[in-house]
Design a protein around this ligand. Structure first.
Ligand SMILES: [Zn+2]
Length: 213
């Protein structure tokens, strides 16, 4: 079972990916984890990636694809895997398809966790963080015991710059520009599945299970 997860930042894609991975006993693979592991282990690919990351540059598609394909060859991926945060671009998607084709495999599903932008903005504007100890809260879902005060250290909690509506909207715009072509790409292949990410985590997960069954 080879699955690609798509979904806007804040749509809950990562959480769903983790649950699918647990349920089916397949690895949840995120590019961030692959980068960290390769850099930590000082692999050749990791060292190459580090040069770009240290300069605050995007790691080029070719190198990202090499890192991901290398990871997919590991033994734990035999039964399948779930890719989270990759591919991000059409060239990455095409390179992944080509690499899989070369070993007689293909992606089975691209699952898009669909949540309207205004809903994501609303959800994220409820986030609060403690800048002192790093604890995170949500006004509705994870409230503090005392309003406005961190449970852990007693500092004041704040709405981070990253979670402010204008920042979130900008990030969503970038996301849609980048991802809409991918959605079209997998739709043409007939493997795109959409689920409603506005439901509870559990209900969205149930919808995903129905697709995978
Ligand atoms: Zn705190």
């Amino acid at each position: 079972m080879k699955i690609i997860m798509l979904g806007a930042p804040g749509a809950g894609k990562g959480t769903q990916a983790k649950r699918i991975a647990e349920k089916f006993g397949i690895p949840h693979i995120s590019t961030g984890d692959i980068f960290r592991a390769n850099i930590k282990n000082g692999t050749e690919l990791g060292n190459k990636a580090k040069v770009y990351m240290d300069q605050g540059l995007l790691v080029p598609d070719e190198l990202v694809v090499d890192l991901v394909v290398d990871r997919l060859k590991q033994a734990d991926c035999e039964k399948g895997y779930i890719l989270d945060g990759f591919p991000r671009t059409i060239p990455q998607a095409e390179a992944l398809d080509a690499a899989l084709l070369a070993i007689g495999e293909k992606v089975d599903y691209a699952i898009n966790v669909e949540v309207a932008d205004n809903y994501i903005v609303e959800r994220m504007s409820g986030r609060r963080a403690c800048l002192n100890c790093g604890a995170t809260y949500h006004l509705v879902n994870i409230p503090t015991k005392v309003e406005g005060i961190c449970d852990v250290c007693g500092s004041e909690i704040v709405l981070r710059e990253d979670d402010k509506p204008e920042t979130v909207l900008k990030r969503l715009e970038v996301y849609h520009d980048q991802t809409q072509p991918l959605i079209d790409y997998y739709n043409k292949q007939g493997i795109l599945k959409e689920v409603d990410g506005r439901k509870t985590m559990s209900d969205t997960f149930e919808d995903i299970l129905k697709i995978l069954d």
